[in-house]
Design a protein around this ligand. Structure first.
Ligand code: NDP
Length: 634
């Protein structure tokens, strides 16, 4: 196990104070008064940006009007896992509604060239042991992921339960029948006993509200609706129709990092408009070793997933089974694997998670707290040093790979590694060595205007034939706006009203006023780097509760007011100490574009995902459905 110079107390080859100051300056120049309002919603004149390019338009079918036990909204991994776990629990009366033309959710939409998951496939793709599927590589790509979604759909017979190319419009609670009426854009009216909302945290594309965006006369699209009819090629690249095209990419986040190398290889000219560079670490993809996979013993995937998520949470483990850039980053941050992790580092982690703000403070142990506060400060500093060291390596990589010095300089990220999503790629930086590729470094300002013929920055117009928006997805906007449907609960209360002053849930899944509902999202719940892991845990939990209600003959379940308010308190206590970190970060969707309106209740469960899922498992083992109010029809 290697440890950093900072952890060893060795000599540093950087000046921490200078870096701190540089990070602050880089952040400050990016904070904009308009925050989230800098983006335009993809409605009205912009609604074509969310049309489905992967279907043949014109599909028709009869409307479905029927009672059903469970409606699952969303056909991504969350919806598929919910269906799989319901089936495992013997519940087969469910319908799954999905707006796309197939399963896959984020993978259905994001088929841009190079689309790939940089969490390793043996962890990310769920139910590998159940399906017997062997990913071809350590890091799977879009094509294989979609192929796997079809494997899951076949294995759990999802097609016979699915309403595809169908958008839910309205979900309304009907107290008299104790069912939800689910209305879709195809005239379906389903009376569902239970509804599972799994509509995806990053599902609604956003566009920059820049002057002239509607004036450009060339071709445009968002990366999550890739227009292969225009570019040619496939998710593997070879975008042959761009050979005579000048292309602009707006944005340099995780998506751009993956598609830029393919655009660079195919376009006549490529202009990459960068506001903030991503951190680009080594990826090192490898084919799956058949010998290794054949030697795995039953339960291997769960062990691997648990090992990965434990390392990501700073929990003690004996070895790092995954051994990649993610686990390395977290090992560095926490000072090694759990067994070798200095207890002080663990204290620091707990401090971040709010232990000090709850139990110990309540006990009033002032001296204890003061000692720990001093320790805590020291340890936070060590973590910061480890972060500096990591980011120095990331910045050095830009110098090693990129030939042109000023371009290499522009590609260096100056912020802490987890202020933005870290990226892992071995071709992105090289792309800028091509003569046909220009990095337009907007130095934090972003693109200024669009004209009929191109993109303007710093008074210079870059004439292009096509503009591709790699500008990400809405985060933190109203739940219904992102989901695309309204939800009206008891006495007409909407989720918009319920959550207007902050989230309130029980276990992140239930919301008082919305009986018989399950909300799959990371807020107030366990957030995992491999999001499929959290979705599966949510699915197991929801299936358990529905099965229990059926066994007990209950037709209505709702979180009690006390359970909900206690849960919100727990989330707040555990989350409190992340505000400073968010404030220190460069703007992005992680920190509400730098306008940190810190509402600790709007965060993940701060005790970490493994603690959270442990709590859920314990709650199920107890078998009492504590915190839930059950009733049967009179
Ligand atoms: P992001 O929100 O991460 O990135 C949006 C990009 O657009 C940023 O670089 C942003 O700059 C830039 N931008 C916005 N407005 C402007 C403007 N006016 N001018 C210039 N640039 C602008 O979206 P992504 O689609 O890249 O990624 C979203 C998420 O999807 C990731 O965070 C990750 O969770 C997931 N993902 C995971 C992948 C994986 O597994 N490898 C791959 C792809 C996505 P700025 O940074 O300054 O705001």
């Amino acid at each position: 196990m290697t440890s950093t110079a900072a952890q060893q107390g060795g000599t540093l080859n950087f000046d921490p104070q200078a870096l701190r100051e540089k990070y602050r300056l880089e952040r400050d120049k990016r904070i904009r008064a308009d925050g989230n309002d800098q983006y335009v919603e993809v409605t009205g004149d912009f609604s074509h940006y969310v049309d489905d390019p992967y279907i043949t338009p014109g599909m028709t079918r009869d409307s479905v009007v029927r009672d059903v036990e469970v409606v699952i909204i969303g056909g991504g991994f969350g919806g598929m896992l919910a269906a799989a776990r319901l089936r495992d629990a013997g519940i087969t009366d469910f319908m799954l509604i999905e707006k796309g033309g197939g399963f896959g959710g984020t993978w259905y939409w994001n088929r841009y060239p190079g689309a790939s998951c940089d969490i390793e496939a043996y962890v990310y793709l769920p139910l590998l042991e159940e399906t017997g599927f062997v990913p071809r590589q350590k890091y799977t790509n879009a094509e294989e992921t979609l192929e796997y979604c079809e494997v899951l759909a076949q294995r759990y017979r999802l097609h016979e339960h699915a309403l595809l190319q169908t958008q839910v419009r309205q979900v309304v609670w009907q107290e008299s029948s104790r069912r939800w009426q689910v209305v879709t854009d195809r005239g379906d009216q389903l009376q569902a006993r239970f509804v599972i909302h799994s509509n995806g945290p990053l599902n609604r594309p956003k566009l920059p509200a820049i002057k002239g965006i509607d004036q450009f006369k060339g071709h445009t699209f968002h990366t999550s609706r890739w227009d292969y009819a225009y570019t040619g090629g496939t998710t593997f690249g070879d975008l042959s129709q761009l050979a005579d095209k000048r292309v602009a990419v707006i944005g340099t986040g995780a998506t751009a990092v993956q598609c830029v190398p393919h655009l660079a290889a195919s376009a006549k000219a490529l202009y990459v408009f960068q506001r903030t560079p991503s951190s680009i670490d080594v990826r090192d993809n490898q084919p799956t070793n058949p010998d290794w996979i054949s030697k795995q013993t039953p339960g291997w995937q769960k062990r691997r997933q648990t090992n990965f998520e434990s390392i990501m949470s700073g929990l003690p483990v004996k070895e790092d089974l995954v051994g990649d850039g993610w686990t390395e980053a977290f090992r560095n941050l926490f000072g090694g694997l759990g067994d070798s992790m200095p207890s002080k580092a663990r204290l620091a982690l707990w401090a971040v998670q709010g232990v000090f703000s709850s139990k110990r403070r309540e006990r009033g142990l002032k001296q204890y707290l003061m000692d720990r506060a001093i320790q805590y400060m020291g340890l936070m500093q060590k973590m910061e040093m480890a972060d500096f060291e990591k980011m120095e390596k990331v910045r050095a990589r830009a110098d090693e790979v990129v030939l042109e010095k000023s371009t290499a300089e522009s590609l260096k990220p100056y912020y802490r590694q987890f202020c933005k999503r870290p990226c892992f790629h071995d071709e992105y930086l090289k792309s800028f060595n091509r003569d046909s590729v220009t990095l337009v470094d907007t130095d934090g300002r972003g693109v200024e205007t669009f004209t009929e013929t191109g993109v303007v920055f710093d008074g210079e117009e870059y004439e292009v034939d096509c503009i591709i928006f790699a500008t990400g997805f809405e985060v933190g906007t109203d739940y219904s706006r992102r989901a695309g449907y309204s939800i009206e609960g008891v006495n007409g209360l909407t989720v918009t009203e319920k959550w207007q002053d902050g989230m309130a849930t029980f276990h992140g899944l239930h919301a008082r006023g919305f009986p018989n509902s399950f909300f799959f999202g990371p807020i107030q719940s366990g957030f995992t780097a491999a999001f499929t892991y959290a979705l599966d845990e949510n699915s197991i939990h929801a299936a358990y509760i529905i099965e229990q209600l059926q066994k007990r003959g209950a037709t209505r379940v709702e979180a009690s007011a006390k359970a909900e308010s206690n849960w919100v308190k727990t989330v707040i206590q555990k989350a409190r100490l992340t505000e400073d970190f968010q404030k220190s970060c460069t703007p992005g969707y992680y920190n509400n574009e730098g306008h940190v309106q810190f509402q600790p209740q709007n965060t993940f469960y701060g005790g970490g995902p493994m603690e959270f899922f442990g709590l859920m498992a314990k709650w199920r083992r107890k078998g009492k459905l504590d915190g839930l109010e059950l009733s049967t029809h009179e």
